[in-house]
Design a protein around this ligand. Structure first.
Ligand SMILES: CC(=O)N[C@@H]([C@@H](O)[C@H](O)[C@H](O)CO)[C@@H](O)CC(=O)C(=O)O
Length: 303
């Protein structure tokens, strides 16, 4: 199949809540519209950044639906359907197919440390549930499982496997997975702090949790890599990293800091759900400084 629609910048979509902390249709659609206008290539819906592990099945289905309804095929949509049980993952996979999503993706099973054959079975049962391409999600720092080359090669035998979202930290992992899978396969860079290096070593695209607060910078970095302007790409990556470090330096989760910055940009998607912590009152003034940092970088590199 043609994989071009999976190339480019894919913000990991955030959980959008109303002021009472419930999933909000209006705010979900506001964020979709905002990102569409910024020119991103697609969205990764319901992953870590979507706070998937803190949401009920119905809330996850609602978010998948609101995004699909709002975008009506204008962006490539990847549904993250990983859930604690295979049963729930299969329900989400079937629902994403009904809604017209372009691909599925899932983390490996969480909580219990399971043997690789269980991980293989889990991913395979999700793939069997829908006629959609599948993107493996390797994120050892949150799941405790690091995708082995053996399991990767076994999964590649299933023609539904068209890509890998690789969030492990060694950039070299991207090169190894890409080499094993060949050209007709999409590798998404996971760590935003290494986007440029990930692209240079072989990632075709990027999915990231900080993209949606600064899509202009990721799009500019991607363009610089594609056009061979490596010095420019390196400079943009430095700005991206300064911003990520600032977002992570507050009392409160990075996602809550991002959501506060988005509010200042006119996109209110509420705050985070516990146990993620909101930004504390005394840190709120720092949010304005982070927004200025982002705006200045965009002015410098993306206008
Ligand atoms: C461990 C982690 O959460 N990694 C993030 C990164 O995008 C991360 O937020 C970013 O590099 C900042 O550290 C993504 O790989 C996760 C992600 O995109 C998602 O599933 O929402």
């Amino acid at each position: 199949m043609g994989l071009d629609k999976f190339k480019g910048i894919f913000p990991a979509f955030y959980a959008c809540y109303d002021d009472a902390g419930e999933v909000s249709e209006e705010r979900t659609k506001d964020l979709c519209t905002h990102l569409l206008e910024k020119g991103v290539n697609g969205l990764y819906v319901g992953g870590s950044s979507g706070e998937c592990i803190y949401q009920s099945l119905d809330e996850r289905k609602a978010t998948l639906r609101y995004v699909a309804e709002c975008l009506e095929g204008k962006l490539t949509l990847i549904a993250h359907v990983g859930a604690p049980s295979t049963r729930d993952s299969v329900i989400l996979a079937k629902y994403a197919e009904e809604l017209g999503y372009d691909a599925l993706s899932a983390i490996p099973p969480i909580y219990f440390t399971l043997p690789e054959r269980s991980i293989y079975t889990y991913w395979s049962e999700i793939m069997d549930a829908a006629e959609l391409p599948f993107i493996i999600y390797n994120i050892p720092q949150t799941t405790g499982y690091s995708l082995s080359m053996n399991l990767f090669k076994k999964l590649l035998k299933n023609e539904k496997v068209i890509g890998l979202k690789n969030s492990s930290m060694p950039v070299m992992d991207i090169e190894r997975f890409k080499a094993a899978a060949g050209e007709n396969f999409i590798v998404f860079n996971g760590p935003d702090e290494q986007f440029v290096s990930g692209r240079l070593i072989g990632a075709d695209s990027g999915i990231g949790g900080t993209y949606a607060v600064m899509p202009e910078l990721l799009l500019a970095a991607d363009k610089a890599v594609t056009s061979g302007s490596f010095d420019e790409a390196r400079k943009i990556q430095k700005e991206i990293n300064d911003i990520i470090i600032a977002l992570c330096s507050l009392n409160g989760s990075m996602y809550s800091a991002i959501k506060e910055v988005l509010k200042l940009k006119g996109v209110n998607i509420g705050s985070v759900r516990g146990p993620l912590e909101p930004v504390s009152g005394e840190d709120l003034h720092k949010i304005a400084a982070i927004k200025i940092l982002i705006d200045r970088s965009i002015e410098k590199y993306a206008n």
